[in-house]
Design a protein. Structure first.
Length: 261
């Protein structure tokens, strides 16, 4: 079977960058920060960021409903085969939108070793997630990760991130987030840092034995409490997450239900 898009470099070589975001009542939370990260990722491939992306994204979301999830992917477009192509490439834009639905079950995490702790995560490179998918499949096949669990990646006894979001950990009444080059600079995470709601730290894996609460943050769920980690039940009362919620509440593009229970 053939496809007219078979020469798209995102498909052939993973030469693509993406952003996932939620559009609430026609507004994207921190659009400029999403765009900056996308631009940074494309520049790593020697690609320019196309113009008009915000208008195209809002149009796609508007056709979906008042609360939509959006995936914006920009690839190297169609070009001759070869790892390096001389001359200009014409980036290709792909936009997918679907109605947002809150998760229907509690979030349970299991620690899983991430073998590339020194790998810089400056943007959402599509190829990076291909590696993540293989790692998760192998872990489930080996019985290291149950079907109802998500991965909490660690490296050399330090916490990194959850498979689809940044980790926030509450110890002695304060919230911290792992500070590592291997941690994707999340948009919600950066907002919380700038607001002083969380502090960057070298979060050790053994903090999981003493922490009062855990949360995952990303531009879909915003703040999502973790019900358990490595089989240890955690506190999920709303008041523990109050400082995180207040740092985001009322900002453009942030839903009323900032805490995804």
């Amino acid at each position: 079977m053939t496809s007219e898009h078979i020469l798209d470099r995102g498909l052939l070589y993973g030469e693509a960058v993406f952003e996932t975001m939620r559009v609430v009542d026609g507004q994207v939370f921190a659009w400029q920060e999403h765009l900056a990260r996308l631009t940074r990722g494309l520049a790593a491939f020697g690609l320019d960021c196309p113009a008009g992306l915000q208008t195209a994204c809002l149009e796609a979301a508007g056709n979906t409903g008042p609360d939509a999830m959006l995936r914006l992917t920009v690839s190297g477009g169609e070009a001759p085969r070869g790892l390096l192509v001389a001359g200009e490439r014409e980036p290709c834009v792909h936009i997918q939108a679907w109605p947002y639905h809150a998760p229907g079950e509690a979030l349970r995490l299991r620690s899983l070793h991430w073998p590339h702790g020194s790998m810089a995560r400056i943007a959402k490179f599509t190829a990076d997630y291909g590696f993540t998918i293989r790692l998760l499949h192998q872990a489930r096949h080996a019985g290291l990760l149950a079907e109802n669990e998500k991965a909490l990646f660690t490296h050399e006894d330090e916490l990194l991130c959850m498979e689809t979001g940044n980790i926030l950990i509450r110890v002695d009444g304060a919230w911290f987030t792992p500070d590592s080059g291997a941690v994707l600079p999340g948009v919600v995470r950066q907002t919380l840092l700038e607001a002083g709601a969380i502090q960057p730290a070298d979060c050790k894996a053994d903090w999981l034995l003493a922490c009062e609460a855990l949360a995952v943050c990303n531009s879909g769920c915003f703040i999502r409490p973790v019900a358990s980690v490595d089989g240890r039940k955690l506190q999920t009362q709303a008041h523990l997450f109050g400082g995180l919620v207040e740092a985001l509440r009322g900002r453009p593009g942030v839903p009323e239900d900032v805490l995804c229970a």
